[in-house]
Design a protein around this ligand. Structure first.
Ligand code: FRU
Length: 485
């Protein structure tokens, strides 16, 4: 495959070299955010899976560190999570520092088995020792993976909880443990809702409901293929969790249809092509729950042009819930680590407006209530060809990306994202970096993430507007310099 000049993102993590996929073991140690990730130390394809490692103090600027957990001869290190074992329940601490415990999937290289294994770090997460009695959880299954562990606290006491998938069965299994080593099955969830693809990388998190003291539980389930935009995608379920069982507020029959009409009935974390395997950070309070996803799609991830490195992570997003008129709940996302609102702004008149725009930048478009008509934001290369086109209508946002340097037949595509009917004033945020676009709309209740692989700085933007009410556009340049604090 071609090696071409692929410009590096500035506001997103990308590896110095070689392949990456899912974020793993995200945790905040009180000072630094740790991002581990699926990584091939030996090449730009998926293989020899190990956990790479990077740290950041602001979730925007990342420093890559040496590999934290290296693959073995017989097994790869697949996705998983990290917790800090404050009370040394595992007994793996040295008496002075709390051990940092990674639970990951040991994936046999001959595909004969996937089981959950443990590794611990006594040096702040830099290096890990594999537990001598691995695996800690083995069902004799070939597709049992992606353990996400958290501390469950209740008036009856606390324990460790793991959510993990039987991928082919489209089931999330819930296990409990006192010591992170001995695990007991408590319940299972699924198949429900979108089931056209296998289920991967689950997460179970508590989120605050905006404007109330209420907390709800949310189960994130990535699936591949069968995502709403095609290929890899992430659905979510809102409900209750009692330490043993997750009960969704509404039951949804399993549906393996790939038709947009069916898929769009499901709750999606993102409506774009490139937002997969997103999971939350351990160590953040419930009102700061933050996720990062792999910004790619298994449909074509292995075939994208590269420059000795391949893959990047999404921007970090902080989540909460909004309660809807019908009593249901929706996830709301906010970009984390970036300024809240762009300045300066200018009012857009009907017709065509030329916009000074080069990545990285945050673009904000707002339309007054009662807006009808259409706005189109066209991102142009210097040769005037169009990289990407965002179309905003009162009830729909669409994103079209051109093939650019990517030959893969599934890459050039149009993504649709219906907007909530009850949104009044419409504000759209567009985060542009080299190689990606992330569109948040309707107060963060909708998000659409697409790679723009190999694309550098758009030379300029054009906004075509034919709306009935006044619209405002703002562009905030986000070069590293403007983000210095
Ligand atoms: C998701 C996934 C996980 C697995 C990992 C392997 O993208 O397939 O289920 O653990 O990638 O790299």
């Amino acid at each position: 495959l071609q090696q071409v000049a692929v410009m590096r993102p500035e506001l997103h993590f990308s590896p110095k070299k070689n392949w990456i996929n899912d974020p793993n073991g995200l945790f905040f140690d009180g000072e630094q955010y740790h991002l581990y990730f699926q990584h091939n130390p030996h090449g730009v394809g998926h293989g020899y899976m190990s956990w790479g490692h990077a740290v950041s103090t602001d979730l925007v600027n990342w420093t890559e560190l040496p590999i934290a957990i290296l693959h073995g001869d017989a097994a790869d290190i697949f996705s998983g999570s990290i917790v800090v074992d404050q009370e040394n329940t595992s007994g793996l601490g040295d008496g002075s520092t709390a051990p940092i415990i990674a639970l990951y999937t040991a994936a046999a290289k001959d595909d004969s088995n996937q089981s959950q294994a443990l590794a611990y770090s006594l040096d702040g997460g830099a290096t890990f020792t594999k537990y001598a009695q691995n695996p800690v959880l083995d069902r004799g299954s070939k597709n049992f993976r992606d353990p996400k562990v958290f501390r469950y606290e209740s008036s009856q006491g606390s324990c460790w909880v793991m959510v993990v998938v039987e991928a082919i069965e489209r089931r999330v299994l819930i296990y409990r443990s006192e010591n992170l080593i001995d695990w007991t099955e408590a319940s299972s969830f699924g198949p429900q809702a979108a089931t056209a693809g296998i289920w991967e990388c689950p997460d179970l998190i508590q989120l605050p409901v905006a404007g109330s003291d209420q907390l709800k539980w949310v189960l994130l389930v990535s699936l591949n293929p069968g995502g709403v935009a095609g290929g890899s995608g992430t659905q979510y379920f809102v409900g209750e969790f009692d330490g043993f069982t997750f009960t969704p507020d509404k039951h949804q029959e399993a549906n393996d249809s790939l038709a947009f009409e069916q898929l769009s009935q499901v709750s999606w974390l993102d409506w774009g092509r490139d937002f997969y395997a997103g999971v939350s950070f351990h160590g953040l309070p419930v009102n700061q729950q933050t996720i990062i996803a792999w910004m790619s799609n298994w449909d074509y991830a292995r075939d994208l042009p590269h420059d000795g490195w391949r893959g990047s992570m999404s921007a970090a997003r902080t989540l909460d819930l909004v309660q809807l008129g019908d009593g249901g709940f929706e996830i709301r996302q906010r970009l984390n680590g970036l300024p809240e609102s762009p300045v300066p702004t200018s009012t857009v008149l009907t017709g065509e407006t030329h916009i000074e725009l080069s990545a990285p930048a945050l673009v904000e478009l707002s339309f007054a209530g009662g807006f009808t008509g259409q706005a189109r934001l066209l991102l142009h290369r210097a040769d005037h060809s169009v990289i990407s086109e965002v179309t905003v209508e009162p009830s729909l946002i669409q994103h079209h990306r051109s093939a650019g340097k990517v030959a893969h037949e599934l890459y050039a595509s149009s993504q649709r994202m219906p907007l909530p009917e009850d949104s009044t004033e419409l504000v759209i945020q567009v985060l542009l970096d080299h190689g990606s676009i992330e569109i948040l709309g309707a107060d963060g209740r909708r998000s659409l993430t697409d790679q723009l692989t190999g694309e550098a700085v758009p030379a300029y933007g054009v906004l075509q507007y034919s709306g009935s009410t006044s619209a405002v556009v703002g562009v905030l340049p986000l070069s590293e310099k403007s983000l210095e604090r």
